[in-house]
Design a protein around this ligand. Structure first.
Ligand SMILES: C[S@@+](CC[C@H](N)C(=O)[O-])C[C@H]1O[C@@H](n2cnc3c(N)ncnc32)[C@H](O)[C@@H]1O
Length: 296
């Protein structure tokens, strides 16, 4: 009888990617996503990058079991970031926790736009991220523009606790976080002085939540997905109307939104009195960043 060889990392990855690819809990909107998911989870198990030698080698039985458990959770729909417990956003390793919206790679465009606007802004530079979640935008701004003071606001106390932990971990002493319904907890001394305001709102229309893939619907809290409005733009309307009381003249509001909402979001910003409204598409083609300025 020949002894069965222990599977190599490469074989485990191929099998795991195929299993993930068959899951009906996952959207599968990117062809290579199953493979990337399997690789990310393997890296988590091994604690090091996957080079060619690593792919050819076998791993221990304990590592195989841990990998299999993670793959089963992914097949059930749980997002990779929640399984790993952390997510890399613009080079920052951020902690992620169930109950707080997990940052997405698609939000990197919003962060990039916000950071370059903040760098261009005259001093005193102030950034505000509304609906900050685990804090990716606020923390990226604070980390990359050290001369700025950045405020992250979220209605969820669990999100704000996580933001503060993430800020301590990356040493972002210039990031401040408040539990806040919209802008309600932003200090009034910041009126007319905000250089850049960002928001990635819960923009799924109320009636469309039920048709979201299980990996989103069942693993992110409802208030992180929808603001309860019919069109998904309730929060954007509120913010567009309030922004000019907080932005300095020439300051910018940046909104991350689904591509299908880009045009109505731009109209909403114009109705709020913002000017020079523009739309920029991310390289993945899923989101857009709509920007508008407070008139000078
Ligand atoms: C789509 S998530 C975005 C989180 C984060 N900005 C990101 O990109 O990862 C929307 C966030 O809006 C927050 N939120 C919902 N209603 C809010 C409100 N009225 N005021 C402030 N934040 C709110 C949720 O708690 C959630 O963290």
């Amino acid at each position: 009888m020949t002894a069965k060889h222990a599977p190599t990392v490469r074989e485990l990855l191929l099998e795991a990617a195929a299993t993930i690819g068959r899951s009906r809990s996952i959207d599968h909107w990117q062809p290579s996503q199953s493979r990337w998911d399997a690789e990310e989870l393997m890296i988590e198990v091994l604690g090091r990058p996957l080079d060619a030698a690593m792919r050819r080698s076998a791993i221990s039985a304990a590592e195989r079991r841990r990998f299999a458990t993670m793959i089963a959770r992914r097949v059930d729909g749980e997002p990779v970031a929640q399984i790993r417990g952390h997510f890399e956003f613009r080079g920052l390793d951020l902690h992620v926790r169930r109950g707080v919206f997990a940052p997405r790679a698609s939000s990197e465009l919003l962060a990039a736009e916000a950071i370059s606007a903040l760098r261009r802004a005259p001093r005193q530079r102030i950034g505000v991220d509304v609906a900050t979640g685990a804090g990716p935008m606020a923390l990226a701004m604070a980390h990359e523009v050290r001369s700025a003071d950045v405020w992250g606001l979220d209605i969820s106390p669990a999100a704000i606790r996580l933001c503060r932990q993430n800020a301590r971990r990356i040493g972002a002493a210039n990031a401040h976080f408040r539990v806040s319904d919209m802008l309600s907890a932003l200090p009034s001394r910041l009126r007319d002085s905000v250089s850049v305001m960002t928001v990635h709102p819960p923009y799924v229309a109320r009636n469309e939540v039920r048709i979201l893939p299980r990996e989103i619907r069942d693993f992110e809290p409802l208030h992180t997905l929808t603001d309860g409005s019919d069109d998904g733009l309730g929060m954007v309307r509120e913010l567009a109307a309030a922004a000019h009381r907080w932005l300095r003249p020439g300051g910018v509001l940046l909104v991350e939104i689904g591509t299908y909402l880009a045009r109505s979001c731009a109209t909403t910003l114009r109705h709020g009195g913002l000017v020079d409204v523009r739309s920029k598409r991310d390289s993945l083609g899923v989101t857009r960043v709509i920007s508008g300025l407070r008139p000078r």
